[in-house]
Design a protein around this ligand. Sequence first.
Ligand SMILES: Cc1cc2nc3c(=O)[nH]c(=O)nc-3n(C[C@H](O)[C@H](O)[C@H](O)COP(=O)(O)O)c2cc1C
Length: 217
Amino acid sequence: MADEASLRERLRQVPTVTAEFPYFDTDAAPDDPIELLLEWLDAAIEGGVLQPLAMSVATATTDGHPSNRTLILKDVDATSVWFASLDSGPKGADLAENPEAALVFYWREQGRQIRMVGTVDPGPREVSERDFLQRQPSARARAIAGRQSEPVENFDAHLKPALKKVEANPDFVPAEWVAYRVTPWSVEFWQAERERDQVRLRYLKEHAGWVKDLLWP
Ligand SMILES: Cc1cc2nc3c(=O)[nH]c(=O)nc-3n(C[C@H](O)[C@H](O)[C@H](O)COP(=O)(O)O)c2cc1C
């Protein structure tokens, strides 16, 4: 227990706010959260945030078993954000029975978090195909060599023939590769600030459009 107590103490000493962060002018926030997402995304990319496209994507079964993983943001359009994966693994199974996801971006260098909850559906087939064919050959081979998230015994023995298949059929796209589109109905922007501590602005989709609220931190 002594070790646990000292770890707890050590964790308590770790600073949570380590830099000057951007000022979040919530009065000037646009009416559409996608617009603000694009502004913040641009600032993250231009501002040198490490892995700005990495987002956590949580899903759940209909009986409430949650799971979460990091995925790469592939696109943002007027209403949705996109990621791509195999639909044959655990997240695909969750989404097939419960097509909703909760997403989080955390851009620590800028003290920013964006949370979203939305409905998920597979995009048009040609978007999935284009996405897959833009991947490196080794990533394409990995996707077709075995079943994602299942135990593997001899990785190389599976990967080598898959690499050969990719070289022989450079246009091959497995049916399981899906570009998923998440259309949010809730989007929250969170900004750490030294003076005001934390600022939270939530957008909720109502019939008449997006409704904005500042949230108590
Ligand atoms: C930074 C990062 C980016 C990732 N990007 C993807 C991705 O775009 N698509 C994907 O299927 N898995 C990606 N992964 C792996 C997933 O986190 C996860 O391990 C995998 O998709 C299996 O998830 P599942 O078992 O919940 O279906 C990424 C992992 C990390 C750490």
